[in-house]
Write a protein that binds this ligand. Structure first.
Ligand code: UDX
Ligand code: ADP
Length: 464
């Protein structure tokens, strides 16, 4: 029986390790975290993260070959392979603040492994990390290990997207495994290949050197985010010229060299990865004395900030240049549909701006809790405090409740339940102030139909 330990029971560690347990019944998987509340939630009927299909996977294997625990040391001692899936947020202070990844959690976890391990281990870097982090991990492990114990390091970055995590893990486009190009490195790599090829076709499990694997993860996210910033930059041109961004995206996407995915204009990308990973790449480029390369990638983030502000300014401008005391219904707070995650969500920027303009924001999201929304809006740097939030934000239980009496409704997250065939937009129109405005930040609504009802409609990337 192979024993796997995963350190970090978050959005990456939880689902990715649970799927290994689901696919390999003879592999024991223990997911550990220092956060007792998180582990308690993983052991309850109410899992700490919302992800379609996750409940089925966890409930099928929990207590059999899938375990959640706070006993980090025991899980390390028992494991043959250890995934390190801890958080690597952007540094808030010190050298590289605002850009570099904070590797303190990785280092703490690595030191713990070195301290408590009594047998040799394969240590797998799963968290997204700057290029050459594996080297630091290896140095720490080797400097602290007891005689006779070997540590082999692998890089196995995770490409799952939230909202489709289980599908992505069951049928990934590819799995990357990087290793040191030594006989021991190859042997360690093979152990992980043997696990993944139990359910993933061999040709989709790609092996390479450690540094390529680490950089590939940053590169893939940077390229994806760059596509969104590109289409969002075009959306500004569309609004100014009368071109339609959906038509432009379709025309470009049908070129097989470009492809149709990730060309949906939006209020701006969010999520825990895109901005963080690009800033990481920018920092790396600066460290390598490549200022032009740094500036190139930085522009992707600058464009995203611009898109968020452009949309909020459009709302204020359209509402006769003032939103003071107006009720604005915001539909959606998560950074994308099918997740309760709000990290870097465009909704936070949008909402805090509207609060600063003294609007009354009525918010509804099907999966984000009131507590989370309040936490996000009162984070340092967001620009709003608890008193502002108490005074200006109402968290509602349905889209209808949020829209009742509103001057405008704004689609911020593309939840299916906000689509034309899911909500009664005539009922919403009747309950709103007149003129009633709709701002579609996700291109999910049928503007001509809404206009027939009587709405005034403003859509990203369209002038009519
Ligand atoms: C991303 C990568 O897709 C994934 O491979 C990596 O492992 C982690 O980062 P995630 O952030 O979970 O995944 O979601 P993703 O679907 O990539 O969306 C990110 C943001 O871009 C969301 O805010 C989404 O709404 C936005 N987006 C996506 C667009 O605005 N337009 C698009 O066409 C696609
Ligand atoms: P991600 O989206 O990358 O999965 P999360 O923040 O959701 O990031 O999860 C990371 C988890 O790692 C958190 O639950 C955190 O408590 C846990 N963690 C961080 N450092 C350690 C550590 N040294 N030992 C165990 N768990 C840790």
């Amino acid at each position: 029986m192979v024993n796997i330990c995963c350190i970090g029971a978050g959005y990456v560690g939880g689902p990715s390790s649970a799927v290994i347990a689901y696919q390999c019944h003879d592999v024991n998987v223990t997911i550990v975290d220092l956060n007792q509340a998180r582990i308690d939630a993983w052991n309850s009927d109410n899992l700490p993260i919302y992800e379609p299909g996750l409940d089925e996977v966890v409930f099928a294997r929990r207590g059999k070959n899938l375990f959640f625990s706070t006993d980090v040391d025991q899980a390390i001692i028992d494991a043959d392979l250890i995934f390190v899936s801890v958080n690597t947020p952007t540094k808030k202070s010190g050298m590289g603040a605002g850009m570099a990844a904070d590797l303190a959690y990785i280092e703490t976890a690595t030191r713990r492994i070195a301290q408590v391990a009594t047998t040799s281990k394969v240590v797998i870097e799963k968290s997204t990390v700057p290029c050459r982090t594996a080297e630091s991990m290896r140095t720490i492990l080797e400097a602290n290990s007891t005689k006779g114990i070997r540590f082999d390091i692998l890089s196995n970055p995770e490409f799952l997207a939230e909202g489709t995590a289980i599908k992505d893990l069951q049928k990934p486009d590819r799995v990357l495994i990087g290793c040191l190009q030594t006989p021991e490195g190859f042997a360690a790599q093979q152990k992980l290949v043997d696990i993944y090829t139990r359910w993933i076709p061999k040709e989709r499990v790609i092996t390479m050197n450690l540094w390529s694997s680490e950089l590939s993860k940053l590169a893939a996210n940077a390229l994806l985010a760059q596509r969104i910033s590109s289409i969002n930059a075009l959306s500004a041109i569309c609004e100014a010229t009368g071109a339609d961004v959906d038509e432009v995206a379709y025309a470009c996407g049908t070129d097989s060299r470009i492809g149709p995915k990730f060309l949906k204009a939006s209020v701006g990308f969010g999520g825990s990865c895109f901005q963080k990973d690009i800033l990481n790449l920018v920092y790396l480029s600066e460290q390598l004395y490549l200022p032009e390369v740094a500036a190139y990638w930085k522009a992707v983030v600058t464009m995203n900030e611009y898109q968020k502000m452009r949309f909020t300014h459009r709302i204020v401008r359209t509402l006769f240049n003032t939103v003071t005391h107006k009720r604005i219904a915001m539909l959606g707070f998560a950074f994308k549909k099918d997740t309760g995650d709000t990290r870097e969500s465009a909704a936070i920027t949008l909402c805090s701006y509207l609060i600063q303009e003294r609007a009354h924001v009525a918010l509804y999201d099907p999966k984000v809790s009131a507590k989370q929304i309040k936490m996000d809006l009162t984070e340092p740097g967001v620009g709003t405090n608890e008193a502002d939030v108490d005074k200006h934000v109402q968290i509602c239980n349905s889209a209808y409740e949020a829209c009742a009496g509103a001057d405008a409704l704004v689609i911020v997250t593309e939840w299916d339940e906000f689509k034309m065939n899911q909500l009664d937009y005539k009922r919403i129109f009747d309950s709103m102030q007149k003129p009633a405005f709709v701002f579609d930040g996700r291109l999910i609504l049928d503007a001509p139909k809404l206009r027939e009802i009587g709405f005034r409609v403003e859509t990203i990337g369209k002038s009519v």
